[in-house]
Design a protein around this ligand. Structure first.
Ligand code: SDX
Length: 439
């Protein structure tokens, strides 16, 4: 019955008739929620046909139990728990445990998991030498791709992907070390010394301490900012088969080590159509500048000859308000009030842009609502992060989602290397022409 977790269930079939009139049938499979699928795994063998779906608009690349999104309802759940409940009542490491293990932790399980993460927050001291090779003004995402990929050069005892224990150790290391590496990338760009992790701080407090502390004085983490940071990390933790998670799965399907797979995910997330949108939203708001220029930019967003898109709007899956944006919108006001910047001009501009856009037929007809990236940048800027760090924070938070999907794929007995095909429309076979005979 729909709603019950478990194996896919046959629920009807689809008949395909090819050009010769030959028919073949393919089972429809039903999951526990969401659209059913046509199982076409034998289609090519039986008909010689491929399916054609650029951008995978209607393709289920795998079976998964981790996250469910209903784009029409604006619903997001992790292992059955709504993102609203998790953001309101949980903390980030609890959500990490849930994504990795399938259930919320007991008190004992949570304490053990937190300790395990804490004990892996330091990085090999030689890793610091990598940073010196970068220019101080290098984009921190360039540093993240390089340094995270290089972790495989240090942690040889967690590279055997056939060993479940080694997969677990690599998973813990990645979740534990991302805040440390992200903070190092920030400190390097500031010309400040790296700040070591502190085991007496929780995951989010430790991150904020490594970012904002300096050796010259004590730094006390503002609990309101820590709560907002935890909530932002929760909202970015996982999002089913998005581009970067699909990248991690594809890289992992070849047997690449987990550090290389996560580095591939970071590279994909960097794009402005994906995780790079939060940085692009701030750039866009700064370019718009004042509310009277909003109509000009909305017209540009509609102009097919203009590459400009309204950053932070639209989503491949959500054709309703992104539930994460709703939570972030609320957090925005709380954080800015706490920081005494509630009249932040960019927030007022963002809210005016949202109001006008959501009344504009072009955006309404295409169901282009604000997504997770629309408000996150405003909060992060108010917290003191430079815009170049926004996508780094997204990558930090999304690491647990990437790792959870990587583990799910590695434990899937039907898993094989991902290798899409194509619709070829190039030249037919032709003979080579010697150079002096070419016209
Ligand atoms: C994330 O997949 C995930 O789950 C991603 C993510 C996650 O957590 O992992 O949710 C994180 O990546 C959020 C999205 C962040 N990106 C942006 O905010 C960039 C701006 N958004 C667009 O680039 C776009 O909306 C995408 C890339 C997000 C989605 O693109 P689609 O699904 O391929 O939609 P489309 O490009 O086919 O657009 C459909 C129509 C087109 O117009 P028509 O051809 O029908 O006339 O809507 C238009 C598009 O031109 N459109 C926009 C628009 N987004 C789509 N027009 C103006 N501004 C926009 N932002």
């Amino acid at each position: 019955m729909a709603g019950q977790s478990g194996a896919p269930r046959p629920n009807g079939k689809v008949t395909v008739t090819d050009a010769s009139g030959k028919t073949s049938e393919y089972p429809i499979l039903e999951g526990s929620m969401g659209p059913q699928v046509v199982d076409i795994r034998s289609l090519y063998r039986e008909t010689g046909l491929f399916t054609f779906d650029p951008g995978f608009m209607a393709t289920a690349s795998c079976e998964s139990k981790i996250t469910y999104i209903d784009g029409d309802e604006g619903m997001l759940m992790h292992r059955g728990y709504s993102i609203e409940d998790l953001a309101e009542h949980g903390d980030y490491l609890e959500v990490c445990y849930l994504l990795l293990n399938g259930d919320l932790p007991t008190v004992e399980e949570k304490t053990k998991f937190e300790h395990s993460i804490t004990m892996h927050t330091m990085v090999h001291e030689q890793l610091t030498h990598f940073f010196r090779g970068f220019r101080r003004d290098a984009h921190p995402m360039a540093i993240m791709v390089g340094v995270v990929g290089a972790l495989s050069a240090f942690y040889h005892d967690s590279l055997d992907i056939s060993d479940q224990h080694q997969r677990h150790v690599a998973s813990i290391r990645l979740i534990a070390k991302m805040p440390t590496i992200a903070a190092m990338a920030y400190k390097y760009s500031m010309g400040q010394p790296f700040i070591y992790p502190r085991n007496n701080l929780n995951y989010v407090e430790n991150f904020l301490h490594m970012i904002f502390a300096v050796p010259c004085e004590d730094y006390h983490v503002n609990p309101v900012l820590a709560r907002a940071m935890s909530r932002i990390f929760i909202l970015h933790a996982d999002h089913e088969q998005n581009a970067s998670t699909s990248t991690v799965r594809l890289a992992g399907s070849s047997g690449a080590n987990p550090f290389a797979c996560i580095a591939a995910g970071i590279a994909c997330l960097w794009g402005p159509a994906h995780g790079g949108a939060n940085e692009a939203v701030l750039s866009m708001l700064n370019e718009i500048g004042t509310a009277d220029r909003i109509p000009e930019f909305l017209e540009r967003a509609k102009d097919k000859d203009d590459p400009f898109r309204l950053m932070g709007f639209g989503h491949r899956v959500y054709k309703n308000y992104d539930p994460r944006a709703a939570v972030l919108r609320k957090s925005c006001h709380e954080v800015l009030d706490e920081l005494g910047v509630k009249n932040e001009p960019l927030l007022k501009l963002a809210m005016e842009l949202e109001r006008i856009a959501l009344e504009d037929p072009y955006f309404v007809e295409r169901k282009l609502f604000p997504n997770v990236d629309f408000y996150s940048g405003i909060i992060l800027r108010a917290m003191g992060f430079p815009t170049t760090m926004f996508t780094v924070l997204f990558a930090l938070a999304r690491t647990v989602g990437w790792v959870a999907h990587w583990n799910e794929m590695m434990e899937d007995p039907s898993q094989k290397i991902g290798r899409p095909r194509q619709l070829y429309t190039g030249e037919a076979r032709r003979d080579y022409v010697p150079l002096h005979q070419r016209g």
